[in-house]
Design a protein around this ligand. Sequence first.
Ligand code: HEM
Length: 422
Amino acid sequence: MDDTVTWRAQDIDLSDLDFWRRPYAEREEAFKVLRRDLPISFHDEPVIEGTSVDFPKGTGYYALTRHRDVSTASRHPEIFLSGPGAVSQMDLPTEMVEYFSGMISTDNPKHARLRRIVSNAFNPQNIRATEESVERVAKELVAKALEGGTGDFVTDFAAPFPLEIICTMMGVPRSEYATVLRCSNIILSMGDTEFIAEGEDPVLVTLDAAVTLTGIMEELGKYRRDHPVDDITSALVNAEIETEKLTQQELASFFVLLVAAGNETTRTALAHGLHVLSEHPDQKARLTNEYESLAKTATDEMVRWASPVIWMRRTLASDYTMSGFDLKAGDKVLLFYNSANRDEEVFEDPYVFDIARTPNDHYGFGAPGPHFCLGAHLARREITVMWRELLTRTPAIHSTAPPTQLASSFVNGIKHLPYSFN
Ligand code: HEM
């Protein structure tokens, strides 16, 4: 790791977007210092630039940077609530939280009901159909790209792959794919000017993108209610028991969540995968030669390495003392998964990328608890299948320039990554 910046824990401002524009190594160093010197640190809320929407000034939040503290917060959902909002540092109006982030921002009993309905719809038959589409789409994308020779790994593979899978899974017509991709980019861009044009209001554009996505799903849901087929959307809206199906609004919110949670995350894991494998040709050669025996551990190591979701938020329902630190009811905490995933208390040589790492108790998919990633199985499968296809068909693939980072504290995104097949 490059240690060129000397950080003092009390000077690190995790709400400053410029912090997130720094090179990965500098960010890693900052979190190392926080874990060591100030594992629970206070931060003012970020200021959203360029919006006319007047957010009330929030109370700020605490950053949890150690594996064990992130674990504690996740395992005690009755104290560490998701309902007030899991994906924004700021307190947004309740209707907005419900509408745009779905079950990830709910607590029991509502969360248990939604999660049960959704899990039932992901039955073996529907999952099998999705898994088949994973194989097919991976093959198609690699075959298409091989006709070229060079390109951008994000636009050729990492972005379209999970998008097609989610759209296929939900039965979204192909004619809507481009719209879904555009909206998903906007929602997770956090105002990055590549996705939100200069002069546009980032908050209003983001709301507009979410409304477009809910519109697509409301229309599809209505149609599937009258014309059911064997797909997940039909299962979600047509359960036998009234309380066991989703309302139109719940379905639409779930779709926004799926698109946001399932797209950018898998894309980020795939893109970091190419970057890190290109930086470690020895590991790449080993993975290519022993793919079947290493695929499982390599996939998880890529997720640990990438930590696509940087944090999730919880809000305290009551006072709680965490590792000797007194948190109060109403306090907000951010669970920094990226930092937990480098915690030297848990990982041997955390800054070493090791495709055979065992054990690998990473929190890339969240820590154990009721909100643990619903799509972890699917995401692992997507990553495994894509790398199998790439390393079999074109083992020389490598990145040819450093990644262009997304300026975001929330998603560890890569916007572009040039690659070559030879
Ligand atoms: C590498 C890819 C992925 C990563 C790193 C990732 C990460 C996460 C994380 C950190 C959480 C939050 C856990 C918490 O709050 O405790 C989460 C929740 C969730 N993820 Fe994923 N995810 C990925 C892929 C997917 C995919 C492919 C889907 C769906 C197709 C998906 C659907 C969801 C849903 C629905 C939730 C909310 C679960 C709940 O609140 O009960 N994710 N994911």
